[in-house]
Design a protein around this ligand. Structure first.
Ligand code: NAP
Ligand code: MN
Length: 265
């Protein structure tokens, strides 16, 4: 079995990586950064995002397995002290494979349409002057929004930036899209929903406007506007990420550990 490793250099030592590689080799795994069947990612949720983006062209063939180096993350079910348990679970197929759809964004300008993918969210932000755009769901106009920006989050991303904007947390395995506002202007000229909107995963969210100086953010990445963008469309993609989860993984336990109490008394 071919594998590769993605890790957060600030929290994982080279010594730890060496010992992981040795253990994997002993168990028949072959390091292959180009074409891995397994990607072990070590760090936090941000490390998962980086690992997925690194292999975004090869996601169909890869299973991701996470080892958490800090507090319990949303995508990392094992801690770095459970390395032996993890290897034995992988070898004995004692894990659940869960397929999560990615977000797909079409960034449309006169000249071209660019496609981007994201795990958490796709954002249109304008830090200097207000962004004005028409928001439509499946080509039905909802509003003309004005403010600092809008984000479309997946259920996976609902607990990240979306949560900071007051959006609801969505159970990870529900295929939905959530639209949230960033500092919306509400006055006699502009009026928007002023709350997050959750729609089905079969919907298309479109943001149309005469954009200038906007930033398109997707997970930890940024697409600086190069050409005049006239529309950003977001759907749930056919592209999936395969995440191997512990058999006893429970979403509510993860939520509790992340946001309510880190350690049980
Ligand atoms: P970061 O600035 O280190 O991430 C911010 C925090 O979000 C980190 O604590 C990260 O966890 C956590 N996080 C990432 N994905 C999450 C998820 N699906 N559910 C709950 N928490 C999550 O940047 P990053 O590590 O590169 O992550 C990029 C993400 O940061 C973006 O996709 C966006 O969602 C989020 N972000 C949030 C805000 C905000 O809340 N105001 C602003 C910018 C970006 P780890 O420490 O384990 O990596
Ligand atoms: Mn991070």
């Amino acid at each position: 079995m071919n594998y590769s490793i993605c890790y957060k250099k600030e929290t994982i030592t080279d010594m730890y990586i060496e010992s992981l590689k040795k253990k994997l080799k002993k168990n028949g795994f072959v390091y292959n950064e180009e074409d891995p069947q397994y990607v072990f990612f070590l760090g936090g949720d941000g490390t998962f995002l980086r690992a997925v983006h690194k292999y975004v062209e090869k996601l169909d063939f890869i299973k991701f397995v996470g080892l958490n180096a800090g507090t319990l993350g949303f995508f990392l079910d094992y801690s770095t002290t459970e390395i032996d348990e993890l290897i034995s679970d992988v070898i004995n197929n004692n894990l659940h494979l869960i397929k999560y759809p990615l977000l797909q964004g079409e960034i449309i300008s006169k000249k071209e349409t660019k496609t981007i993918y994201a795990v958490n969210e796709i954002r249109v932000e304008s830090p200097c002057h207000s962004l004005v755009c028409d928001v439509a769901i499946d080509d039905h106009k909802l509003e003309t929004f004005a403010g600092n920006g809008l984000i479309v989050a997946s259920s996976l991303g609902s607990s990240a930036y979306n949560k900071s904007l007051g959006g609801a947390i969505i159970q990870h395995d529900l295929p939905l899209l959530e639209l949230s506002e960033i500092a919306a202007i509400q006055n006699n000229a502009y009026r928007s929903l002023a709350s997050s909107l959750i729609v089905g995963g079969d919907k298309k969210i479109s943001l149309k406007g005469t954009f200038s100086d906007i930033i398109i953010g997707f997970d930890h990445e940024i697409l600086k506007e190069e050409k005049k963008i006239s529309e950003v469309r977001v759907i749930l993609s056919d592209k999936h990420v395969n995440l191997m989860r512990k058999i006893n993984h429970n979403y509510i336990d993860v939520l509790r550990k992340a946001f309510i109490i880190d350690k049980e008394m």
